[in-house]
Ligand binder design. Structure first.
Ligand code: G1P
Ligand code: ZN
Length: 566
């Protein structure tokens, strides 16, 4: 096949700075002339991939197939030796991380805006992952951003588009292209981690007393869910829903939380389903929800960490090397780490911060309050992994206690009875004016530098609880492996009863600013079941009121109520 490398003149676009997880913008922004090409060329300018192998995949959202062809054209012109591409441009984020590792690729480009809505008027995203399978660290994303500021041309090889719907080996100019099955490597991986026979046996022997429902939210996990829950674990067809990936996610917001996964929540409650679960657009987030029992992601990772070494073959064999959480995540997992004598690292928000610890053999299980849970089997959080981890743990717990049926609720209550409970909730104020958000941050910074909030007491009008401020700080992080420093990763107000409130600006929004407020209050096991098993919003009511009052958040943002509460 004859080919020619062509150089196309371009000009830099402002604002191509990758955020918490890649570059995310409206589709219309990516569709501007040269916009996507500039960013893709900037990746190849920042990272030398000449003669290397890269993986391409994504959540299948609108504008993905076109972008795969753009990457082939530009990547090939920049000397990429081999592209491994998910069939139909689909690879969930965890599956892509696995493919990069398994095939020893040098990196990967993932086309996803995660849980953000898709379609011509919604969001698109491009994210670069490095050879360990994880999101590129900040020194790489900063370099990509620098390249976008000075770009003056990009290279292409113009050939007929590759048919992405056919598996197999192809050539594209000087490069090789392998189109792989999107699902099979990932299913094999999970089968090597979990006790599938135990889970299958439990599900079959409890077909009536333990019903399961998995919701793919029309994101990428539908085919993965079908392969695992129906084909491998033998559950009926009705146990998966919204399992066909759609370019616009069926018009929904594919984010597994109580607000956006309401279809799952309603069916679980109506049909008395014991185990419900959902995953997001690109398959790295998860929500676990059984009838009358919502598992906060902070509790979820603590419970997985608590049971892993006993119940899950991967950890039974390799041990649990250490635990970690993002800073805003509750300290429930810290309690488990303490009891088990494990290190529990606290890193800034964003999965990329876990990678170094995993590569150094210091971290096995970690999580973020934002419905992210995972382990060192890959370098991304993994929604379906977390769901199967829960099924594995429940199957094991029931095998240990054959005389009672242990469901989600029972497992949570048993956990709180041992470790106490960190009540946790997050309030999101989405797409607020950037000026208001900045004023809020500035005002808290004034408290930090002057100490003006320290020792002040605040009483909740509705509960009468009194909270006295112990301190206000900015969270800065030094990576223990490479020494890199990340500053201003959230503002923390701590109270003298150990409660805390964190304020943070989102780094993934595609428009305006999003403010997140994280609220946490610990209740020891000695408080007894009546206190421990309360509804989270009830357990946090007084603290939330105080947090809003002392920060003046509603005034700064011009919002009485958050857009999403999780
Ligand atoms: C959000 C979450 C964060 C997660 C990221 C990518 O980022 O808060 O925990 O890692 O999405 O899924 P944020 O918008 O808060 O910057
Ligand atoms: Zn995601």
């Amino acid at each position: 096949m004859s080919y020619q490398v062509k150089e196309v003149k371009t000009k830099p676009y402002d604002g191509q700075k990758p955020g918490t997880s890649g570059l995310r913008k409206r589709v219309k922004v990516f569709q501007q002339e040269h916009y996507t090409e500039n960013f893709v060329q900037a990746i190849f300018d920042a990272v030398d991939l000449n003669g290397k192998t890269i993986v391409i995949g994504g959540d299948g959202r609108f504008f993905s197939p076109e972008t795969v062809q753009t990457i082939l054209k530009i990547g090939s012109a920049n000397g990429v030796a081999k592209f491994i591409v998910g069939k139909d441009s689909i690879l969930s984020t965890p599956a892509a991380s696995n493919v990069i590792r398994k095939y020893k690729a040098d990196g990967g480009i993932l086309l996803t805006a995660s849980h953000n809505p898709g379609g011509p008027n919604a969001d698109f995203g491009i994210k670069y992952n490095v050879s360990n399978g994880g999101p590129a660290p900040e020194n790489v994303t900063n370099k990509i951003f620098e390249k976008t500021k000075t770009i003056s041309s990009y290279k292409v090889i113009e050939l007929a588009p590759i048919d992405l719907s056919k598996k197999g080996f192809f050539t594209y100019g000087p490069s090789n292209v392998e189109i792989i099955d999107s699902v099979s490597d990932y299913v094999q991986l999970l089968e090597s981690i979990f006790d599938f026979p135990l889970i299958k046996n439990f599900l079959q022997s409890h077909a009536d007393s333990f019903k399961v429902l998995f919701d793919g939210m029309h994101g990428v996990t539908g085919p993965y869910g079908r392969a695992i829950f129906i084909d491998a674990l033998g559950l009926p067809e009705t146990s998966v829903q919204n399992a066909v990936p759609l370019p616009d996610f069926g018009g929904g917001h594919p984010d597994p939380n109580l607000t956006y996964a309401h279809e799952l929540v309603e069916r679980v409650e109506r049909e008395n389903i014991h185990f419900g679960a959902a995953s997001d657009g690109d398959g790295d987030r998860n929500m676990i929800y059984g009838k009358g029992a919502f598992v906060t992601p902070s509790d979820s990772v603590a419970i997985i960490a608590d049971w892993a070494a006993e119940a899950i073959p991967y950890f039974k064999k390799g041990g649990v090397k250490g635990l970690a959480r993002s800073m805003p995540t509750s300290a429930q997992i810290d309690k488990v780490a303490k009891k088990k004598g494990l290190e529990c690292a606290v890193v800034p928000t964003g999965w990329k911060f876990f990678g170094n610890l995993m590569d150094a053999g210091r971290l096995s299980i970690c999580g973020e309050e934002s419905f992210g849970t995972g382990s060192d089997h890959i370098r991304e959080k993994d929604g379906v992994w977390a769901v199967v981890a829960w099924l594995n743990i429940l199957a094991y717990a029931n095998q240990q206690s054959p005389n009672e049926l242990i469901g989600i609720k029972e497992l949570l209550e048993k956990h709180y009875a041992v470790y106490g409970r960190s009540f946790f909730s997050r309030y999101d104020y989405e797409e607020v004016p950037a000026v208001g958000a900045q004023s809020l941050v500035d005002a808290i910074n004034v408290h930090i530098s002057t100490g003006s909030l320290a020792s002040t007491s605040h009483v909740s009008k509705s509960t009468g609880q009194k909270f006295t401020v112990a301190g206000v700080t900015n969270f800065d992080y030094t990576d223990p492996i490479d020494g890199s420093i990340s500053r201003n990763q959230g503002q923390i107000v701590t109270f003298d009863d150990g409660s805390r409130v964190v304020f943070r600006l989102s780094g993934t929004g595609s428009q305006g600013a999003t403010v997140r407020m994280y609220v946490e209050r610990y209740v020891p096991a000695s408080a007894g079941p009546a206190e421990l098993n309360k509804d989270a919003q009830e357990g946090l009511k007084g603290l939330i009121e105080v947090a809003l009052q002392l920060s003046n958040l509603p005034e700064f943002l011009g919002r009485e109520k958050p857009t999403v509460i999780t």
